[in-house]
Ligand binder design. Structure first.
Ligand code: KG4
Ligand code: ZN
Length: 348
Protein backbone atom coordinates (compact mmCIF):
# COMPACT_ATOMS: atom_id res chain seq x y z
CA UNK A 1 0.00 0.00 0.00
CA UNK A 2 1.55 3.25 -1.08
CA UNK A 3 -0.11 5.34 1.61
CA UNK A 4 1.96 3.63 4.28
CA UNK A 5 4.74 5.84 5.60
CA UNK A 6 8.26 5.40 4.24
CA UNK A 7 10.49 5.73 7.29
CA UNK A 8 14.24 5.76 7.76
CA UNK A 9 15.45 4.42 11.12
CA UNK A 10 18.77 5.19 12.79
CA UNK A 11 20.11 3.15 15.72
CA UNK A 12 23.33 3.89 17.64
CA UNK A 13 22.53 3.10 21.28
CA UNK A 14 25.32 0.56 21.81
CA UNK A 15 27.86 -0.96 19.42
CA UNK A 16 25.77 -1.37 16.27
CA UNK A 17 25.32 1.43 13.75
CA UNK A 18 22.01 0.38 12.26
CA UNK A 19 20.15 2.02 9.40
CA UNK A 20 16.82 0.59 8.31
CA UNK A 21 14.22 1.59 5.77
CA UNK A 22 10.63 0.41 6.03
CA UNK A 23 7.35 1.18 4.33
CA UNK A 24 4.66 0.57 6.95
CA UNK A 25 5.47 -2.95 8.10
CA UNK A 26 7.47 -3.89 5.00
CA UNK A 27 11.22 -4.06 5.42
CA UNK A 28 13.11 -2.49 2.51
CA UNK A 29 16.66 -2.31 3.89
CA UNK A 30 18.49 -3.22 7.09
CA UNK A 31 22.18 -2.36 7.20
CA UNK A 32 24.29 -2.82 10.33
CA UNK A 33 27.92 -1.90 10.92
CA UNK A 34 29.08 -3.44 14.19
CA UNK A 35 32.09 -2.33 16.23
CA UNK A 36 31.91 -5.52 18.31
CA UNK A 37 35.37 -6.68 17.24
CA UNK A 38 36.92 -3.48 18.57
CA UNK A 39 35.43 -4.20 22.03
CA UNK A 40 36.01 -7.95 22.20
CA UNK A 41 39.42 -7.81 23.83
CA UNK A 42 38.03 -5.56 26.62
CA UNK A 43 35.28 -8.07 27.43
CA UNK A 44 32.57 -5.42 27.05
CA UNK A 45 31.57 -2.38 25.04
CA UNK A 46 33.92 0.58 25.50
CA UNK A 47 31.70 3.68 25.16
CA UNK A 48 34.30 5.98 23.58
CA UNK A 49 35.29 3.36 21.03
CA UNK A 50 31.62 2.77 20.19
CA UNK A 51 30.93 6.50 19.68
CA UNK A 52 33.89 6.91 17.34
CA UNK A 53 32.88 3.83 15.35
CA UNK A 54 29.33 5.20 14.93
CA UNK A 55 30.77 8.43 13.59
CA UNK A 56 32.84 6.57 11.02
CA UNK A 57 30.10 4.13 10.02
CA UNK A 58 27.15 6.52 9.82
CA UNK A 59 27.49 7.91 6.29
CA UNK A 60 28.56 4.70 4.50
CA UNK A 61 25.90 2.63 6.30
CA UNK A 62 23.26 5.23 5.41
CA UNK A 63 24.32 5.16 1.74
CA UNK A 64 24.15 1.36 1.64
CA UNK A 65 20.71 1.25 3.24
CA UNK A 66 19.23 3.87 0.89
CA UNK A 67 20.78 2.12 -2.13
CA UNK A 68 19.41 -1.27 -1.15
CA UNK A 69 15.96 0.18 -0.45
CA UNK A 70 16.12 1.94 -3.81
CA UNK A 71 15.09 5.27 -2.32
CA UNK A 72 16.64 8.65 -1.70
CA UNK A 73 16.53 10.69 1.45
CA UNK A 74 14.16 13.07 -0.29
CA UNK A 75 11.64 10.20 -0.74
CA UNK A 76 11.18 9.35 2.95
CA UNK A 77 8.20 10.58 4.94
CA UNK A 78 10.01 10.69 8.27
CA UNK A 79 13.24 9.89 10.08
CA UNK A 80 13.16 7.93 13.34
CA UNK A 81 16.16 7.68 15.65
CA UNK A 82 16.87 5.92 18.93
CA UNK A 83 16.79 8.67 21.56
CA UNK A 84 17.48 6.24 24.44
CA UNK A 85 18.14 4.29 26.52
CA UNK A 86 21.75 3.41 25.79
CA UNK A 87 25.28 4.78 25.97
CA UNK A 88 25.12 8.58 26.13
CA UNK A 89 27.92 9.29 23.65
CA UNK A 90 26.79 6.61 21.23
CA UNK A 91 23.18 7.85 21.29
CA UNK A 92 24.37 11.38 20.70
CA UNK A 93 26.06 10.44 17.42
CA UNK A 94 22.84 8.93 16.06
CA UNK A 95 20.59 11.71 17.33
CA UNK A 96 22.89 14.42 15.94
CA UNK A 97 23.18 12.65 12.59
CA UNK A 98 19.40 12.15 12.40
CA UNK A 99 18.77 15.82 13.16
CA UNK A 100 21.29 16.78 10.48
CA UNK A 101 19.61 14.57 7.89
CA UNK A 102 16.15 15.80 8.95
CA UNK A 103 17.06 19.47 8.67
CA UNK A 104 18.95 19.01 5.40
CA UNK A 105 16.12 17.05 3.76
CA UNK A 106 13.31 18.96 5.53
CA UNK A 107 11.81 15.82 7.04
CA UNK A 108 9.95 15.33 10.32
CA UNK A 109 12.02 13.55 12.95
CA UNK A 110 10.87 11.18 15.70
CA UNK A 111 13.08 10.42 18.71
CA UNK A 112 11.99 6.93 19.78
CA UNK A 113 12.64 4.38 22.51
CA UNK A 114 15.09 1.57 21.77
CA UNK A 115 13.18 -0.89 23.97
CA UNK A 116 9.82 -0.25 22.29
CA UNK A 117 11.63 -0.63 18.96
CA UNK A 118 12.72 -4.15 20.00
CA UNK A 119 8.99 -4.94 20.31
CA UNK A 120 7.90 -3.07 17.17
CA UNK A 121 10.37 -4.91 14.95
CA UNK A 122 8.21 -8.01 15.13
CA UNK A 123 5.61 -6.27 12.95
CA UNK A 124 8.08 -6.50 10.04
CA UNK A 125 7.87 -10.25 10.24
CA UNK A 126 4.43 -11.05 11.62
CA UNK A 127 2.31 -7.98 10.82
CA UNK A 128 0.42 -5.71 13.21
CA UNK A 129 0.77 -6.60 16.87
CA UNK A 130 -2.56 -7.74 18.37
CA UNK A 131 -3.76 -5.55 21.23
CA UNK A 132 -3.19 -6.23 23.98
CA UNK A 133 -0.02 -8.31 23.93
CA UNK A 134 2.53 -9.18 26.57
CA UNK A 135 6.10 -8.34 25.60
CA UNK A 136 9.16 -9.98 27.10
CA UNK A 137 12.08 -7.71 26.43
CA UNK A 138 15.48 -9.27 26.99
CA UNK A 139 18.63 -7.44 25.92
CA UNK A 140 22.12 -6.67 27.13
CA UNK A 141 20.91 -3.79 29.29
CA UNK A 142 17.26 -4.60 30.06
CA UNK A 143 14.91 -7.41 31.00
CA UNK A 144 11.27 -6.45 31.32
CA UNK A 145 7.75 -7.75 31.04
CA UNK A 146 5.37 -5.24 29.48
CA UNK A 147 1.65 -5.05 28.82
CA UNK A 148 1.34 -3.54 25.35
CA UNK A 149 -1.80 -1.97 23.93
CA UNK A 150 -1.18 0.43 21.05
CA UNK A 151 2.59 0.65 21.14
CA UNK A 152 2.47 4.27 19.97
CA UNK A 153 0.57 5.26 23.11
CA UNK A 154 2.95 3.67 25.58
CA UNK A 155 3.45 0.43 27.44
CA UNK A 156 2.64 -0.68 30.97
CA UNK A 157 5.60 -2.22 32.81
CA UNK A 158 4.66 -5.35 34.77
CA UNK A 159 8.15 -6.19 36.00
CA UNK A 160 11.84 -5.89 35.29
CA UNK A 161 15.16 -7.16 36.48
CA UNK A 162 16.18 -5.92 39.90
CA UNK A 163 19.90 -6.42 39.13
CA UNK A 164 21.57 -7.81 35.99
CA UNK A 165 19.85 -7.98 32.62
CA UNK A 166 19.54 -11.43 31.01
CA UNK A 167 22.07 -10.55 28.28
CA UNK A 168 24.44 -9.16 30.87
CA UNK A 169 24.27 -12.48 32.73
CA UNK A 170 25.11 -14.32 29.50
CA UNK A 171 28.06 -11.99 28.90
CA UNK A 172 29.40 -12.37 32.46
CA UNK A 173 29.02 -16.15 32.54
CA UNK A 174 30.69 -16.44 29.13
CA UNK A 175 33.66 -14.58 30.55
CA UNK A 176 33.81 -16.99 33.52
CA UNK A 177 33.88 -19.87 31.06
CA UNK A 178 36.55 -18.32 28.85
CA UNK A 179 34.10 -17.78 25.99
CA UNK A 180 34.26 -14.64 23.80
CA UNK A 181 32.22 -11.43 24.07
CA UNK A 182 29.32 -10.99 23.52
CA UNK A 183 28.58 -14.12 25.47
CA UNK A 184 25.08 -15.01 24.28
CA UNK A 185 25.93 -16.70 20.97
CA UNK A 186 28.89 -18.80 22.27
CA UNK A 187 26.90 -19.97 25.31
CA UNK A 188 23.97 -20.80 23.05
CA UNK A 189 26.33 -22.90 20.89
CA UNK A 190 28.22 -24.55 23.76
CA UNK A 191 24.96 -25.47 25.49
CA UNK A 192 23.88 -27.62 22.54
CA UNK A 193 26.46 -30.26 23.56
CA UNK A 194 25.70 -29.98 27.27
CA UNK A 195 23.28 -31.47 29.78
CA UNK A 196 20.85 -28.78 30.96
CA UNK A 197 20.04 -30.78 34.10
CA UNK A 198 23.69 -31.39 35.04
CA UNK A 199 23.78 -28.58 37.63
CA UNK A 200 20.79 -27.21 39.52
CA UNK A 201 21.43 -23.46 39.33
CA UNK A 202 19.06 -21.10 41.21
CA UNK A 203 15.94 -19.59 39.61
CA UNK A 204 15.88 -15.99 40.88
CA UNK A 205 12.68 -14.53 42.38
CA UNK A 206 10.63 -17.67 41.89
CA UNK A 207 10.27 -18.61 45.57
CA UNK A 208 6.87 -18.30 47.20
CA UNK A 209 8.09 -15.46 49.42
CA UNK A 210 9.01 -13.38 46.35
CA UNK A 211 5.58 -13.61 44.75
CA UNK A 212 4.02 -10.68 46.58
CA UNK A 213 6.65 -8.08 45.70
CA UNK A 214 8.42 -9.55 42.68
CA UNK A 215 6.04 -11.82 40.81
CA UNK A 216 7.01 -10.43 37.39
CA UNK A 217 10.48 -9.21 38.26
CA UNK A 218 13.73 -10.96 37.42
CA UNK A 219 17.07 -11.38 39.18
CA UNK A 220 20.11 -12.89 37.49
CA UNK A 221 22.88 -11.72 39.76
CA UNK A 222 22.52 -14.66 42.19
CA UNK A 223 22.62 -17.08 39.27
CA UNK A 224 25.79 -15.49 37.94
CA UNK A 225 27.40 -15.77 41.39
CA UNK A 226 26.29 -19.40 41.70
CA UNK A 227 27.95 -20.20 38.37
CA UNK A 228 31.12 -18.38 39.47
CA UNK A 229 31.25 -20.33 42.77
CA UNK A 230 30.65 -23.62 41.00
CA UNK A 231 33.41 -22.99 38.47
CA UNK A 232 35.84 -21.73 41.14
CA UNK A 233 35.27 -24.78 43.33
CA UNK A 234 36.12 -27.04 40.43
CA UNK A 235 39.18 -25.02 39.50
CA UNK A 236 40.49 -25.29 43.08
CA UNK A 237 40.50 -29.05 42.78
CA UNK A 238 42.23 -28.83 39.40
CA UNK A 239 39.40 -30.59 37.61
CA UNK A 240 38.48 -29.44 34.10
CA UNK A 241 35.35 -27.30 33.85
CA UNK A 242 32.61 -29.04 31.83
CA UNK A 243 31.89 -25.91 29.79
CA UNK A 244 29.01 -27.38 27.80
CA UNK A 245 27.19 -28.62 30.93
CA UNK A 246 27.68 -25.32 32.77
CA UNK A 247 26.51 -23.35 29.71
CA UNK A 248 23.45 -25.58 29.26
CA UNK A 249 22.52 -25.55 32.95
CA UNK A 250 22.97 -21.78 33.23
CA UNK A 251 20.96 -21.22 30.05
CA UNK A 252 18.18 -23.48 31.30
CA UNK A 253 17.92 -21.45 34.52
CA UNK A 254 17.64 -18.18 32.58
CA UNK A 255 15.16 -19.46 30.00
CA UNK A 256 13.06 -21.33 32.56
CA UNK A 257 12.46 -18.17 34.60
CA UNK A 258 11.95 -15.87 31.61
CA UNK A 259 9.38 -18.11 29.93
CA UNK A 260 7.61 -19.13 33.13
CA UNK A 261 7.06 -15.50 34.16
CA UNK A 262 6.10 -14.40 30.63
CA UNK A 263 3.44 -17.13 30.38
CA UNK A 264 2.26 -16.32 33.89
CA UNK A 265 1.90 -12.64 32.92
CA UNK A 266 -0.21 -13.63 29.89
CA UNK A 267 -2.46 -15.79 32.04
CA UNK A 268 -2.78 -13.20 34.81
CA UNK A 269 -3.79 -10.49 32.31
CA UNK A 270 -5.93 -12.72 30.10
CA UNK A 271 -3.67 -12.02 27.10
CA UNK A 272 -3.10 -14.69 24.45
CA UNK A 273 -0.19 -13.15 22.52
CA UNK A 274 3.40 -13.10 23.73
CA UNK A 275 6.07 -11.25 21.77
CA UNK A 276 9.73 -11.61 22.67
CA UNK A 277 12.31 -9.02 21.64
CA UNK A 278 15.90 -7.94 22.29
CA UNK A 279 19.24 -9.65 21.68
CA UNK A 280 18.55 -12.59 24.02
CA UNK A 281 15.42 -13.40 21.98
CA UNK A 282 17.88 -14.76 19.41
CA UNK A 283 18.64 -17.58 21.87
CA UNK A 284 17.67 -21.00 20.54
CA UNK A 285 16.67 -22.47 23.91
CA UNK A 286 14.60 -19.42 24.88
CA UNK A 287 12.73 -19.66 21.58
CA UNK A 288 12.12 -23.40 21.92
CA UNK A 289 11.04 -23.33 25.56
CA UNK A 290 8.79 -20.30 24.99
CA UNK A 291 7.14 -22.12 22.08
CA UNK A 292 6.60 -25.24 24.17
CA UNK A 293 5.06 -23.35 27.08
CA UNK A 294 2.96 -21.03 24.91
CA UNK A 295 1.59 -24.03 23.00
CA UNK A 296 0.64 -25.67 26.28
CA UNK A 297 -1.36 -22.61 27.35
CA UNK A 298 -2.90 -21.61 24.01
CA UNK A 299 -0.76 -18.48 23.72
CA UNK A 300 0.36 -17.30 20.27
CA UNK A 301 4.12 -16.73 20.37
CA UNK A 302 5.76 -14.11 18.16
CA UNK A 303 9.56 -13.88 18.01
CA UNK A 304 11.31 -12.10 15.16
CA UNK A 305 14.06 -13.95 13.29
CA UNK A 306 17.37 -13.80 15.18
CA UNK A 307 18.84 -11.16 12.86
CA UNK A 308 16.06 -8.74 13.85
CA UNK A 309 16.36 -9.52 17.59
CA UNK A 310 19.80 -7.95 18.05
CA UNK A 311 20.22 -4.20 17.59
CA UNK A 312 19.46 -2.84 14.12
CA UNK A 313 18.00 0.19 12.34
CA UNK A 314 14.98 -1.65 10.94
CA UNK A 315 13.47 -1.89 14.42
CA UNK A 316 13.72 1.88 14.85
CA UNK A 317 12.18 2.44 11.42
CA UNK A 318 9.39 -0.03 12.29
CA UNK A 319 8.52 1.82 15.49
CA UNK A 320 8.80 5.13 13.62
CA UNK A 321 6.38 3.93 10.95
CA UNK A 322 3.92 2.82 13.64
CA UNK A 323 4.16 6.15 15.45
CA UNK A 324 3.73 8.11 12.19
CA UNK A 325 0.74 5.98 11.17
CA UNK A 326 -0.81 6.56 14.61
CA UNK A 327 -0.70 10.29 13.89
CA UNK A 328 1.64 11.28 16.69
CA UNK A 329 3.27 14.70 16.26
CA UNK A 330 6.94 14.79 15.25
CA UNK A 331 9.52 15.44 17.97
CA UNK A 332 10.82 18.97 18.51
CA UNK A 333 14.25 19.40 17.03
CA UNK A 334 15.77 19.98 20.47
CA UNK A 335 14.79 16.58 21.94
CA UNK A 336 17.67 15.07 23.91
CA UNK A 337 19.57 11.80 23.71
CA UNK A 338 18.49 10.30 27.05
CA UNK A 339 20.68 7.42 28.21
CA UNK A 340 18.14 6.53 30.92
CA UNK A 341 14.95 6.98 28.87
CA UNK A 342 12.23 5.00 30.70
CA UNK A 343 10.49 2.22 28.79
CA UNK A 344 7.18 4.10 29.22
CA UNK A 345 8.32 6.95 26.94
CA UNK A 346 7.83 5.42 23.47
CA UNK A 347 8.52 8.63 21.52
CA UNK A 348 9.50 12.19 22.37
O1 KG4 B 1 19.42 -6.04 22.10
P1 KG4 B 1 20.90 -6.20 22.00
O2 KG4 B 1 21.50 -6.49 20.66
O3 KG4 B 1 21.62 -4.93 22.58
C1 KG4 B 1 21.09 -4.24 23.68
O4 KG4 B 1 20.12 -3.48 23.48
O5 KG4 B 1 21.60 -4.51 24.78
O6 KG4 B 1 21.29 -7.35 23.04
C2 KG4 B 1 22.62 -7.74 23.22
C3 KG4 B 1 22.64 -8.90 24.18
C4 KG4 B 1 24.06 -9.33 24.59
O7 KG4 B 1 24.10 -9.43 26.00
C5 KG4 B 1 24.21 -10.68 23.91
O8 KG4 B 1 25.07 -11.57 24.64
C6 KG4 B 1 22.79 -11.17 23.89
O9 KG4 B 1 22.02 -10.04 23.57
N1 KG4 B 1 22.59 -12.21 22.87
C7 KG4 B 1 22.24 -13.49 23.16
C8 KG4 B 1 22.23 -14.19 21.93
N2 KG4 B 1 22.55 -13.31 20.93
C9 KG4 B 1 22.77 -12.11 21.53
N3 KG4 B 1 21.97 -14.07 24.34
C10 KG4 B 1 21.67 -15.39 24.32
N4 KG4 B 1 21.65 -16.12 23.19
C11 KG4 B 1 21.92 -15.59 21.98
N5 KG4 B 1 21.89 -16.34 20.89
ZN1 ZN C 1 18.89 -3.59 22.05
Amino acid sequence: MTDEPLVLGIETSCDETGIGVVRGSTLLADQVASSVDAHARFGGVVPEVASRAHLEAMVPTMRRALDIAGVQLSDVDAIAVTAGPGLAGALLVGVAAAKGYAVAAEKPIYGVNHLAAHVAVDTLEHGALPEPSIALLVSGGHSSLLLVGDLARGVTPLGATIDDAAGEAYDKVARLLGLPFPGGPPIDRAARDGDASAIAFPRGLTAQRDQAAHRFDFSFSGLKTAVARWVEALERTGEPVPVADVAASFQEAVCDVLTAKAVEACREHGVDVLVIGGGVAANSRLRALAQERCDRHGIALRVPRPRLCTDNGAMVAALGAHVVAAGLPASRLDFPADSALPVTTVAF
